[in-house]
Design a protein around this ligand. Structure first.
Ligand code: B12
Ligand code: SF4
Length: 473
């Protein structure tokens, strides 16, 4: 069987004039995972439109397309093209799960939720000549998960070829997050077996890893065993975690001792009323500054994520947030405009209040305002969002923020990392076009390694309480 697997790109990533580095970071791991369920005899071609021009002139039997909200229109266009050519077209992923009826108009088969149970079931039916129009995932487990078919990925096209996920979902329930909608109908947080995760890590070439898990620390027992197992592997790695997971346990020391060098942290807002509004209770009453200090003391850089446009935000939110982040010595910051993704609790609330102003999915990229904000105009919200990036990444800001670190090493690493991402964008653009992105990985590793690895000592840190299991909200 000839199988074509496609990750379509949003318009910006296809621009002939400008290619932001973020689209050349990670390979399509979801599709590589699904490919692992195919037979050895199947001819598989996997293409990622973020990094290559699609060949649409072929004649596959089966086409598999992963649909994100911002690439939905492009995905439907490709799907229609292949259906006209007689292929059986499968659509799945986050957007298909949120809006199955919209997607079904372009698919022979639509998949809701994660694919580990539905995809093998479909393949059996397809080979038997009786594929169904819809498969919805209910039974969730990663215990028999095959290794992703990384051999189908062109590693040289990505800065971070070693992305990996060892869990799915998250134990929390924030109103704006895709998670509840995507995992409806089954478990919404589960992990690989630790040994299986460690074996996959061992098989990855080079030093650098990027865990794409929503919340790598979400199951403390799993995370602790994973970090213990990674100690001594000589890895340098990056991941995402919550403020709570930094402050509450000694997991973060174990993570640093096994090579964690940069953490994406969802601070989201400095306003507690906003946290309550979004049901992000795990951030409430947490000392954000203490979390950042703790990471820096361990030699871990901080990528702080902020969301603008919640009901408590007014015009003052931009300057206040940027100023706070710079004062804390946060190395990189990502700003987002609150986006009510279909299927989320936020979307339901906004819709009930008549505040949704756009149903153009191209606008749902966290850079456009798609709803009526409460205390600020949509124009000011977008302007303030762009201005935050400008202010945070000015040379003067980078220097000021780098100065907050206690050690020379910390200052230099901050300066190199922050300016490397944001001040050399023309260089990144050139490197992407020259297909030499992976050649930059040793530089990234060098910067991440800026400090000596932290030796893990049994911690004297006392958790805020003894609740070591993943919190439920
Ligand atoms: C890595 C990543 C990226 C990377 C690359 C994406 C890639 N290579 O896949 C980059 C940096 C390019 C990126 C960009 C963006 N991203 Co992004 N990204 C992620 C992240 C962190 C991990 C994705 C991943 O690899 N998951 C692990 C794999 C194993 O899971 P998976 O891809 O979901 O695949 C599984 C299922 O979805 C399903 N499946 C998927 N497709 C199909 C198809 C079929 C036929 C079947 C059967 C099953 C199936 O089966 C797979 C195995 O279970 C997710 C968060 C998340 N947890 O998903 C956000 C996320 C997907 N991104 C998001 C967003 C908003 C964006 C941006 C718009 C951000 C921005 N402002 O620029 C852009 C644009 C994306 C686009 N192309 O349109 C949102 C998506 C919201 C939505 N409803 O679509 C997420 C969920 C983050 C969030 N919490 O809001 N992203
Ligand atoms: S903590 Fe992060 S991943 Fe988890 S539900 Fe909230 S926003 Fe989503």
């Amino acid at each position: 069987m000839r199988v074509k697997m496609i990750l379509p790109a949003l318009t910006e990533a296809r621009s002939p004039f400008w290619r932001p580095i973020k689209y050349s970071l990670f390979p399509p791991l979801g599709l590589a995972t699904l490919a692992a369920y195919l037979d050895d005899a199947d001819e598989i071609v996997l293409q990622d439109e973020h990094v290559q021009t699609l060949d649409l002139d072929d004649e596959p039997d089966l086409v598999v397309i992963q649909v994100y909200i911002t690439s939905a229109y492009r995905a439907y266009q490709i799907a229609d093209h292949y259906r006209q050519r007689g292929a059986h077209v499968c659509l799945g992923g986050l957007h298909v799960t949120s809006l199955p009826e919209e997607a079904a108009a372009h698919a022979d088969t639509a998949f809701l939720g994660p694919g580990e149970d539905t995809w093998p079931a479909f393949l059996r039916d397809f080979r038997a000549g009786c594929p169904q129009p819809v498969y919805a995932s209910h039974s969730r487990s990663l215990l028999d998960l095959p290794f992703p078919r990384r051999d189908l990925i062109q590693r040289n096209l990505y800065l971070v070829p070693n992305s990996i996920v060892v869990s799915r979902g998250c134990p929390h329930t924030c109103d704006f997050c895709y998670k509840e909608a995507f995992f409806a109908g089954g478990k919404s947080f589960y992990t690989l077996a630790v040994d299986r995760a460690l074996r996959e890590i061992e098989g990855l070439a080079g030093r650098h890893l990027y865990f794409l898990d929503d919340h790598l620390f979400g199951n403390p027992h799993f995370a602790s065993s994973l970090f213990e197992g990674m100690k001594g592997m000589g890895r340098l790695w990056q991941a995402a975690g919550t403020v709570q997971s930094i402050l509450k346990t000694d997991l973060i020391e174990k993570a640093a001792a096994s090579g964690l060098r940069s953490l994406f942290v969802g601070f989201e807002t400095l306003n507690p009323d906003n946290l309550v509004e979004q049901h992000k209770f795990q951030n409430l009453n947490r000392d954000y500054s203490a979390a950042i200090r703790r990471l820096h003391e361990l030699g871990v850089m901080v990528n702080a994520s902020f969301v603008y446009g919640m009901d408590g935000d007014d015009e003052s939110v931009f300057a206040r947030t940027v100023d706070w982040a710079l004062g804390q010595g946060v190395e990189t910051a990502t700003f987002h405009i609150l986006t009510p993704y279909p299927g989320t609790a936020l979307h339901q609330r906004m819709q009930a209040e008549g505040r949704i102003t756009s149903a153009n999915w191209d606008d749902y990229d966290t850079r456009h305002v798609t709803f009526q904000p409460r205390r600020i105009s949509p124009e000011r919200l977008e302007a303030g969002y762009w201005d935050s990036y400008r202010q945070f990444y000015r040379w003067g800001s980078i220097l000021r923020s780098a100065q907050t670190h206690k050690t020379l090493n910390g200052k230099l690493r901050h300066f190199a990392y922050t300016s490397g991402w944001k001040k050399f964008e023309p260089l990144w653009d050139w490197v992407i076009r020259a297909k030499r992105v992976t050649g930059m990985l040793p530089i990234l590793e060098r910067v991440l390694a800026g400090v000596q690895p932290v030796q893990f000592q049994p911690s004297t840190w006392k958790p805020a309480n003894n609740h070591m299991l993943p919190p439920s909200s």
